[in-house]
Design a protein around this ligand. Structure first.
Ligand code: COA
Length: 464
C-alpha cells in the first residue's frame, strides 16, 4: 500500500468533499489553503448543492458527488459531518481514490459507538485498497509539492523537518509557531485517531523521502508499540527522530486517555524504548524545536572537537558549562587554536572558548569563523555574539551565512546571538538560511548536543 502514502504527499489531484463557498467554514478554509499555498495539481470541490466556490477571484465549479468528476483522483479530503462519512468513503472507493484524510470529528474519540463507525469506515476503505488518515485531524501539508490541505495557517516555511501531531489544536498552533520562529518544514501531518495510517507508516515514508532530514512527533500514545519501536529504530539509523511524548505523569496519562483515547502506558517503558531505538525524547515544545532546527539542517560531526567563538566572556562561560554538562568536548590543542590570535587584540584569549573580545567586529568574526571551518581537527563550531555597537548582528549573520555556504556546510555550526531587536532579526536571517540560531548560548549548545547524541547512537549501532 506504499503508493497510497505517496499519494498522501504527492497527489496529482485532490477532491475536497464538503468544500464550501462560505468563508469561515472548514470546507472553505481547506480549499483556500490549497489554492493560496500554490498547489499546482488539480483541485475538485465536491458539494452536495453543486455551488460555485470562489477563492481569490478563481472560480471552481463543484460536483455533487465525487463519482461525477471526469478525472482520476488521488486524494480526497473529507470535511462532511461524521454521519455522512461512511457514504462518501464508499463513493471515494468506487472512484478509485488512493488516500483519504478525514478531517471530520465524531468517531472513536466519542467512545464505543464512535469506534465502531471508525472501524467500519476503515473496512470500507481497505475493501477498495484506500488508506485513511485520521479521522479527527486538521489535514496534511507537504511543502515540496506546495500542498497545504489543512485548515491551519497558510504560509508554512519550506524546509527539511517533518512534523507529525496526534493533537489537533496543538498541531495547528505549532504550525503557526514554526512560521513565526522560522523553522522550515517538509511536511505537517495530523494523525488524530490513527484509525489506519499511524506514526510507524509515516516514519517509513519519511525514511526514504529526500526532502525530509529529521522527524518531530508529538504523541500521546501508540497503538502497536512494538512495531513503532522497531520502525523507529530502523529510521533512526538514517534520520533523527525527536518525540514529545505527553502524558508523563499519572494524571497526564489519564488526560491523554480521554483526549485521543490513547493508552499512554507506563512512562518509564517509553523512556527505555525510545533510548533503545535512538529516538531523542524532548520534554518541552521549545526543546523539541531547538533540537529539530539543528538536526534537520546540519551534517553530522566527524569528531568530538567543539570550538566556541565569542565576543563576550560571560556567554562563553555559559556555553562552556552547557557543553560540559552535555558531554561535549571543547577542543584544547593550543598549537592549533593559536590561529585565532590573528583575529583578536592582544588581550583576547585563543583558549577555547575563544574570546575575540568586546572589540570584535566584522573582520574578527569573518577570519575566526573561516579558520574554524577550514581546520579539519575542529569538528563543530558554536558562534556566539553579544550585541554591541561595534558590529550589527545582522552583519554578523551575513558573514556567517556567506562563510558557511562557501565552506560547503560540511560540519555542524550553531549560532547564539544575545541582544535586542536587531539580534532577533539576525537570528531569523540565519534560520531562514537553515543555519540554526538561538537567543541563548545554552540552547545552541544543547541542540548541538542532541545532534551528537544521535550521531553517537548511530555509530554504536554500526559497531554492534
Ligand atoms: N457530499 C458533498 N457535500 C456535502 C455532503 C456530501 N455528502 N454533505 C454535506 N455537504 C456539504 C454541505 O452542504 C456544506 O456545504 P455548504 O457550506 O455549501 O452548505 C459542506 O459540505 C459542509 O457540511 P456542513 O453540514 O455545513 O458541515 P460543517 O461545515 O458545519 O461541519 C465538519 C463539517 C466536518 C467541519 C464538522 O462536522 C466537524 O467534524 N468539525 C470538527 C472538525 C475538527 O475539529 N477536526 C479535528 C481537528 S484537529
Amino acid at each position: 500500500m506504499d503508493g497510497n502514502l505517496e499519494a498522501l504527499f504527492r497527489p496529482k489531484s485532490i477532491a475536497v468533499i464538503g468544500a464550501s463557498e462560505k468563508p469561515g467554514k472548514i470546507g472553505y478554509a481547506v480549499m483556500k489553503n490549497l489554492v493560496e499555498y500554490g498547489y499546482d495539481g488539480k483541485i475538485y470541490p465536491i458539494n452536495i448543492k453543486g455551488v460555485e466556490i470562489e477563492i481569490n477571484g478563481r472560480k471552481f465549479k463543484s460536483y455533487r458527488s465525487i463519482l461525477d468528476v471526469p478525472d482520476e483522483i488521488d486524494m480526497a479530503v473529507i470535511v462532511v459531518p461524521a454521519k455522512f462519512v461512511p457514504q462518501v468513503v464508499e463513493e471515494a472507493g468506487k472512484k478509485g481514490v488512493k488516500v483519504l484524510p478525514i478531517i471530520s470529528s465524531g468517531f472513536g474519540e466519542l467512545g464505543e459507538e464512535g469506534k465502531k463507525v471508525e472501524r467500519q469506515i476503515v473496512e470500507i476503505a481497505h475493501k477498495y485498497g484506500m488508506r485513511i488518515l485520521g479521522p479527527n485531524i486538521f489535514g496534511v501539508v507537504y511543502t515540496p509539492a506546495k500542498m497545504n490541505a489543512t485548515f491551519g495557517p497558510t504560509d508554512v516555511m519550506p524546509g527539511s523537518l517533518a512534523l507529525i501531531s496526534q493533537s489537533g489544536a496543538l498541531g495547528i498552533a505549532l504550525m503557526g509557531w514554526t512560521i513565526l520562529e522560522k523553522v522550515g518544514l517538509s511536511a505537517v501531518v495530523s494523525v488524530g485517531n490513527k484509525s489506519d495510517i499511524d506514526d510507524a507508516d509515516l516514519l517509513e515514508f519519511f525514511k526514504t523521502d529526500d526532502n525530509t532530514k529529521a522527524i518531530l512527533i508529538y504523541m500521546e500514545g501508540v497503538k502497536d508499540g512494538r512495531r513503532f519501536m522497531e520502525v523507529a529504530k530502523e529510521v533512526s539509523k538514517e534520520k533523527p527522530i525527536i518525540i514529545i511524548k505527553a502524558g508523563r505523569s499519572e494524571r497526564g496519562a489519564k488526560a491523554a486517555a480521554s483526549h485521543t483515547g490513547s493508552l499512554a502506558g507506563a512512562d518509564s517503558i517509553y523512556t527505555a524504548a525510545f533510548k533503545q531505538s535512538g529516538v531523542l525524547r524532548a520534554l518541552t515544545i521549545g526543546e523539541a524545536f531547538d533540537w529539530a532546527r539543528t538536526l534537520s539542517n546540519l551534517p553530522e560531526p566527524e569528531g568530538e572537537n567543539l570550538v566556541i567563538l565569542t565576543n563576550g566572556g560571560g556567554i562563553g562561560v555559559m556555553a562552556t558549562d552547557a557543553a560540559e554538562e552535555e558531554g561535549l568536548h571543547l577542543y584544547d590543542d593550543l598549537d592549533e587554536l593559536r590561529v585565532f590570535a590573528n583575529h583578536m587584540p592582544p588581550f583576547g584569549s585563543y583558549k577555547n572558548p575563544v574570546d575575540l573580545t568586546g572589540m570584535a567586529g566584522a573582520e574578527s568574526y569573518e577570519g575566526a569563523v573561516r579558520d574554524a571551518l577550514a581546520n579539519p581537527n575542529m569538528h563543530s563550531i558554536a558562534v556566539l555574539y553579544c550585541q554591541t555597537a561595534v558590529l550589527d548582528p545582522r552583519d554578523l549573520a551575513k558573514i556567517v551565512i556567506r562563510e558557511y555556504n562557501e565552506s560547503g556546510r560540511k560540519k555542524p555550526l550553531v549560532v547564539a546571538i544575545v541582544g535586542g531587536i536587531e539580534a532577533k532579526e539576525a537570528i531569523d536571517m540565519l534560520n531562514e538560511e537553515g543555519i540554526p540560531a538561538y537567543p541563548e548560548p545554552e540552547r545552541a549548545i544543547k541542540a548541538l548536543a542532541a545532534l551528537y547524541r544521535w550521531s553517537r547512537w548511530k555509530a554504536r549501532q554500526r559497531r554492534e
